[in-house]
Design a protein around this ligand. Sequence first.
Ligand code: UGA
Length: 443
Amino acid sequence: MRVCIFGTGYVGLVTGTCLAEVGHDVVCVDIDAAKVDGLNNGIIPIYEPGLTPMVRANHAAGRLRFTTDAASGIAHGDIIFIAVGTPPDEDGSADLKYVLAVARTIGQHLQAPAVVVDKSTVPVGTADRVRAAIAGVLAERGADIAFDVVSNPEFLKEGAAVEDCMRPDRIVIGADSAAAIDKLKRLYAPFNRNHERIVAMDVRSAELTKYAANAMLATKISFMNEIANIAEQVGADVEMVRKGIGSDPRIGWHFIYPGAGYGGSCFPKDVQALAKTAQQYGVQPRLLDAVEAVNDAQKGHLFELLVRHYGSEAALRGKTVALWGLAFKPNTDDMREASSRRLLQQLWGAGAKVRAYDPEAMRETQRIFGGRDDLVLCDSANAALRGADALVVVTEWKQFRSPDFALLKASLADRAVFDGRNLYEPADIEAAGLAYYGIGRGR
Ligand code: UGA
């Protein structure tokens, strides 16, 4: 099938590439000429396992093209995806200016009936606004062309996006017309083998489904972080509690890992946007507000542990802290809303220096914080330890899981390890002669 995708960011690029991979004919449109140029030359702007070879192979096969020419993309697509960004507005609601600009562009160039698909995460009611924007421009043109607007939210995880896209656990399609649902079912047929993955519903339910999924996952994390804080005070180990509750299938093992707070481009933004929607419709989002507040506090927890260890914030002045992990989670270079950013600011605010290492996010760190005297970017985890007083682990990269304990002891002048993701057994660190602080592991 002939597909056009607006936006070659995370969602658009992965979706377009996976659709090409199963044989569809895909044109991706982006206003960023340099990015389009790069993509046509096999340069992929994001780090995502498996994506680069897949883009290159499908581009070489002629099934995946990149252009800045919206008109040609729209002429190509029987199905036109909107996968542009929805950054948070001042007040936490999603800013739809890019989505609606694409809708108007579609209205300007549409020549034949098409299905327009909202793929970006957009508030309930956006499909109606997209429909109105397209219809408005068509009316100005005096053009009478039939089109459908469908909500088809994505459930990709950064770091596993290609895998999630190729093997989705569900494909949510929200549409008001049977013909549009049918068309999307044909598009997704190659991903729908072995058992039925398509869940068809009305547009607004599909839009809300996306927010409900992310808010539920964020709630699980904030819940566990709150339990961790209680465990810390009552002298319990939250890791034991986690094991004690996860085996109940109603609770489950996933997303109950306490830590330094959730980050990324999705959970923080989506929880706030859903709360905003609730308020706009007269519902007080008590739980969502609490999920957000707990997470915000949790991002400051590692710093509180450092202050507890050193006795006061003032005692951190002149200290050098080794920081392992800058990305908001492993297998990505993405630092949006990362907990490391809060910690860096707090450490610098207290007059401490930081020696930082992340397997993928060094370039991004340089872009955001480069040029500071109190930040040294290191080229390995062990290099970050050199001359440091204490170690803080913020991101749960696999390569941080088995450190050389003797080297830690020899390197860290103050012999203290702050484990923001509970990667280590306290006993192992303590046996090596270092003080251990985890999340929710007694006092
Ligand atoms: C999230 C959802 O997991 C995807 O299903 C969704 O499609 C995506 O948002 C989106 O809306 O586009 P993502 O933001 O890539 O995906 O990241 P996650 O793997 O969900 O991790 C989010 C954060 O939660 C990370 O900072 C991670 O460290 C933290 N986390 C996760 C915990 O603190 N504890 C856990 O148990 C799990």
